[in-house]
Design a protein around this ligand. Structure first.
Ligand code: UD1
Ligand code: MG
Length: 448
């Protein structure tokens, strides 16, 4: 059975009180709307139409520029029924069923939509997704008929709302395309909010001899984001689920609640993540690597048996091979470190390529920026860079070389050489004592 998807995302999101459109807020580094786009892909949607508003049109199109979705604009936000009508006026749906998702409801599972599809296969025309809400809320409520049928959905503002208890409406709907295209025209706004309610389609369906039913899922799958507080609840749920999955796959965490992951973080089994580590987007870590506390890692690929941190910062395009050590207060950006290389203390390694078993001494700075352009540094295998060296790019340091501590290196270093670039030390015998005495006299400690 084929499905096409309409994602409703034109709402103003006023309760977010933010200049960023609601659906472009992020959970674990991923836009809210992207969760629904991914769900449509997961259920093999034949086409996906996103309904945007005038205000978020530009930013939403930019955020989804890599996706094969179509857009249509709902000029005034007259309700969910109107949003679907706008989409159906703009596009002729090519599938037998149309799935309606919301741009602000990120956790609906593929499996749940498949259950809705099974009901459609049994012949139902409209299948809504409901859940049992633990607390009092403002969701629409299902009015149930015999044998699991649905006869109406009552919205919060309507008089009947408080007269009965029932399942809450998630808003997600799977509908027979031909029928919804017809009935959507008939929805009216003669209700308390003067809105075109998509949920009125249930009553209209039964009036015209079509069938409606529902599928029930867990409440936390239906979490919607309407305010900053709800965004943090959604983030918490994502992080909790993600941590659980990581631990189930063999990743150790002493204090998982203090570690934060991105939607695309990949960590293989045998890794240990110490407390207070943050992962930005695009991190992949191979097995048995240890990430020590207070490290911040993004856009990085890390090999097996590495040791990172504590207090390490790995920025985008960092590539670490096996058994690499990046220690405290070391920042790495757009650089690769081949196996066995070490930078254990207080360094900046930017725009560089380091060979195998190379050692970067404490306080070494790769000077990659001349104020206008970035330049790169290539360091060979088995190189020893002494502490507090400044390596001024563009620069090449050959295999097996040594750079003396405190050097400022601006010319290439051939293989197996010692490069030293610092002022010659002088020892003035006895002068230390003389100066000490003079200082003590000035301070009045010696009178003679
Ligand atoms: C809707 C449902 C309610 C359900 C709840 C679940 C209706 C009438 N009510 O109510 O039964 O319990 O969701 O969260 O459908 N949107 C547009 N254009 C509009 C209005 C809304 O695109 O003119 C989009 C919003 O961006 C949002 C979605 O539709 O993604 C839901 O809209 P919202 O206003 O949040 O609906 P609720 O009042 O929460
Ligand atoms: Mg809502």
């Amino acid at each position: 059975m084929t499905v096409s998807t309409i994602i409703l995302a034109a709402g103003k999101g006023t309760r977010m009180r933010s200049p960023t459109p609601k659906i472009l807020h992020k959970i674990a580094g991923k836009h809210l709307i992207a969760f629904s786009v991914d769900l449509a892909k997961a259920v093999k949607s034949k086409e996906t139409i996103v309904v945007v508003g005038n205000e978020n049109e530009h930013a939403t199109k930019a955020a989804l520029s890599g996706e094969t979705v179509k857009f249509c604009t709902q000029k005034s936000q007259l309700g969910t029924g109107d949003a679907v009508k706008v989409a159906l006026a703009g596009f002729k749906i090519r599938s037998k069923y149309t799935l309606i998702l919301f741009g602000d409801t990120p956790f609906i599972k593929n499996n749940t939509i498949n259950k809705m599809i099974s009901k459609a296969e049994k012949g139902f025309d409209f299948i809504f997704l409901g859940f049992n809400a633990r607390k009092k809320n403002s969701y629409g409520k299902f009015k149930l008929g015999p044998k699991g049928t649905l006869i109406d959905i009552i919205e919060k503002k309507e008089p009947e709302y408080n007269s009965f208890e029932s399942l809450s409406n998630s808003g997600i709907l799977l509908a027979r395309s031909g029928i919804i295209a017809d009935l959507i025209q008939k929805i009216k706004n003669n209700n308390a909010k003067r809105e075109y309610y998509l949920t009125d389609i249930v009553k209209l369906a039964s009036k015209h001899g079509h069938s409606s039913t529902y599928v029930q899922c867990k409440e936390d799958e239906c979490i919607g984001v309407n305010s900053q507080l709800e965004l943090t609840f959604a983030e918490k749920k994502f992080q909790d689920d993600f941590r659980e999955k990581l631990m189930a796959s063999g990743v150790s965490m002493q204090s998982p609640e203090t570690c934060f992951f991105s939607f695309d973080t990949k960590i293989n089994s045998g890794c240990v993540i110490e407390p207070y580590v943050v992962f930005g987007n695009g991190v992949k870590i191979k097995s048995s690597t240890v990430i020590r506390s207070y490290s911040y890692i993004e856009g990085s690929q890390i090999g097996r048996h590495c040791q990172i941190g504590p207090f390490a910062r790995l920025r985008p395009s960092t590539r670490l091979s096996e058994e690499v050590k990046v220690g405290n207060f070391v920042e790495v950006k757009n650089a690769s470190l081949a196996s066995g290389s070490k930078a254990n203390h207080f360094s900046y390694i930017g725009d560089a390529k380091l060979g195998i078993s190379t050692n970067i001494g404490a306080g070494t700075i790769f000077c990659n920026f001349d104020g206008k352009n970035k330049h790169s540094t290539v360091v060979g295998n088995n190189v020893f860079i002494g502490s507090n060296a400044s390596l001024i790019a563009p620069l090449k340091i050959g295999n097996g070389s040594i750079v003396a501590a405190g050097s400022v290196i601006s010319r290439n270093v051939p293989s197996e050489s010692l490069a030293i670039s610092r002022a010659m030390q002088q020892n003035k015998i006895g002068l230390g004592k003389k100066i000490m005495l003079k200082l003590q006299k000035v301070a009045g400690k010696i009178t003679r």
